[in-house]
Ligand binder design. Structure first.
Ligand code: GYE
Length: 341
């Protein structure tokens, strides 16, 4: 008996260390329970934590489902290991939130050969054979980036600078807009598309300039570190284009410490992605200028797709969640308080 308990303890410790989560750990699995294995990216941001919550809560407590989640801690090789464990376990369906787009062909082929359906959520995978997965549900990251640059266009339109050496001169050139770009995990769809939208806009605006691209890996700690270092030598920044809220929070801390103002009455305009409750509050308070929404609460939509699939209905290959962008003018305290993430 003692040995039995110590084995149990060892198993639960091992599962805990592997970042494994099961909805009904003590219930015996009934034959008709639909078992889902979910490989989640990590817990790098508030967005991710909200997404994990939405996914687990959707399947929690539903006796039709057993939901096994493994946290990859932002490493693709951990995702490969999880997926291979799911295949060996003989799960009924696999959900992958891929860390990066590349490198999935082998593992997706293995899942396909095992006859297990796959749903890709949040970011995408770069495989041209779309038969390797049932559906891809998540954000339209390109549209998000475009919302951001369109807003910036309106802010900077028509700003000019006159030739200071000749006050009588009527010639004027548009003021240079110096953009500091904080990037998320390189190779993740959210990074690729948000970056692409900015780079394309810079190409088509002669007076826009990306002064530097800093790597923040979607985390607050990394962004704080790189921003602190950067600001020691460079302070001439008009716009911060930050690819997620947590990096923005880290950057704001670094700006505060460097004595650089930002937001509505400050030197640096801040554009951020995700629009979490905390970021919206900063926006309402005039500290962040634009929050582009990225909605993580799509667990119920994923379940709906799975139910359709189980009923033999056809499901769309690509599903985008609804999103918009907010400035302080669009917000009220009630709206911010009611934000679910
Ligand atoms: O913007 C960021 C997260 O892929 C949409 O990843 C997701 C991004 C999100 O860590 O906060």
């Amino acid at each position: 008996m003692k040995r039995f308990f110590s084995i149990l303890l060892t198993i639960s410790l091992v599962l805990g260390l592997a970042g494994c989560y099961r909805t009904q750990p003590t219930e015996p699995t009934e034959d008709d329970t639909f078992v889902i294995g979910f490989s989640q990216v990590g817990s790098e941001s508030d967005w991710r934590i909200a997404n994990t919550k939405s996914m687990t809560e959707t399947f929690d407590g539903d006796p039709d489902y057993e939901f096994i989640m493994e946290n990859a801690r932002q490493k693709q090789e951990n995702q490969f290991a999880s997926v291979r464990r799911f295949i060996l376990d003989g799960v009924d369906l696999i959900i992958i939130a891929p860390t990066v787009e590349d490198g999935w062909l082998t593992v997706l082929t293995e899942i396909h050969d095992a006859n297990i359906p796959v749903i890709i959520i949040d970011r995408s995978v770069a495989v041209w054979d779309e038969n390797l997965y049932l559906a891809n549900i998540g954000s339209d990251f390109m549209s998000q980036g475009q919302l951001a640059v369109q807003w910036l266009e309106k802010q900077t339109f028509g700003e000019t600078e006159t030739d200071e050496t000749d006050p009588a001169s009527t010639d004027s050139a548009e003021t240079t807009v110096k953009i500091l770009h904080l990037q998320g995990t390189i190779g993740a769809t959210a990074q690729i598309k948000r970056t692409q939208a900015l780079e394309e806009a810079v190409e088509s605006h002669e007076n826009w300039e990306i002064t530097s691209q800093l790597y923040g890996d979607f985390t607050e700690a990394k962004a704080y570190e790189v921003m602190t270092e950067y600001l020691k030598e460079n302070t001439d920044i008009d716009v911060l284009y930050s690819e997620n809220d947590n990096m923005t929070f880290g950057a704001m801390r670094a700006l505060d410490e460097a004595g650089i103002t930002y937001g509505k009455d400050g030197q640096v305009k801040i554009i951020t992605f995700d629009a979490t409750k905390e970021a919206l509050q900063y926006c309402l308070d005039g500290k962040i200028d634009l929050c582009v929404e990225c909605n993580p609460m799509f667990g119920p939509q994923v379940k709906e797709l799975i139910e359709k699939y189980r009923n033999g209905e056809t499901i769309p290959k690509h599903v985008h969640v609804d999103e918009s962008a907010y400035t302080a003018d669009d917000l009220t305290q009630e709206f911010v308080d009611a934000r679910p993430y």
